[in-house]
Design a binder for this molecule. Structure first.
Ligand code: IMP
Length: 199
């Protein structure tokens, strides 16, 4: 049984493969099925995840899983939020812009959370299942760590005091992360899909 993972973000793909390990599904990337990543035009993470899973399922004829995620910073009224991937051209520039935007803001006011919405669509495309996950924390004063991707070197999860997500190993990150939590909720459905070919 094949499952298309509708993302072109290499960091996400690595994590999704690791989180879903042990489920008898052959995970394919957009690259492997030669499809472009759809534009993200929704106003919410759930809208974007649903849009991506629906469009890619119809285009590929495969069961499709999509993730839309981002970082919401309280002192910036929730920014970069759904625009996290487009906050600046590269990961490094996105982190630099975030640090600049928070310049002078003290540690106790740098609270933030990562949010992840996942959607699962059958080949006909209509969205049939969704789940979400969140991890609370705050934005560090400077980058630390080399694991993970994106904003990980700047995010201090409340559950791992003193460490950024980029200082955790992947097992630890996936256990507490927004993506790990969203996919843990979807896991029983994906196991059913692997077993029965339907949910
Ligand atoms: P999108 O879901 O494709 O719109 O992209 C989400 C963006 O949010 C990514 O490009 C990253 O910049 C950021 N992001 C989402 N999840 C994570 C994460 O687990 N760690 C670090 N950055 C993340």
């Amino acid at each position: 049984m094949k499952l298309l993972v509708a993302t072109s973000n290499a960091g996400k793909l690595v994590e999704i493969r690791e989180i879903l390990a042990g489920i008898a599904l052959e995970l394919l990337s957009l690259r492997e099925v030669r499809l472009p990543a759809p534009d993200e035009t929704g106003a919410t993470f759930h809208d974007n995840a649903a849009q991506k899973s629906t469009i890619c399922a119809r285009q590929s004829g495969l069961w499709t899983l999509a993730d839309d995620s981002g970082l919401c910073v309280d002192a910036l009224c929730g920014a970069p939020g759904v625009h996290s991937a487009r906050y600046a051209p590269t990961d490094q520039e996105r982190r630099a812009r975030l640090l600049q935007a928070l310049r002078g803001i003290p540690e106790e006011k740098r609270t933030a959370y990562f949010f992840c919405a996942v959607a699962l669509s059958p080949p006909e495309g209509e969205r049939i299942l969704r789940a979400e996950g969140q991890v609370d924390g705050s934005i560090a004063l400077e980058e630390r760590g080399t694991n993970g991707f994106g904003y990980d070197p700047l995010f201090l999860p409340a559950e791992a005091p003193g460490k950024t997500l980029a200082e955790l190993d992947s097992t630890e990150k996936n256990r507490l992360s927004h993506r790990g939590r969203a996919l843990a909720r979807l896991r029983p459905v994906l196991e059913r899909l692997a077993r029965d070919g339907a949910v």
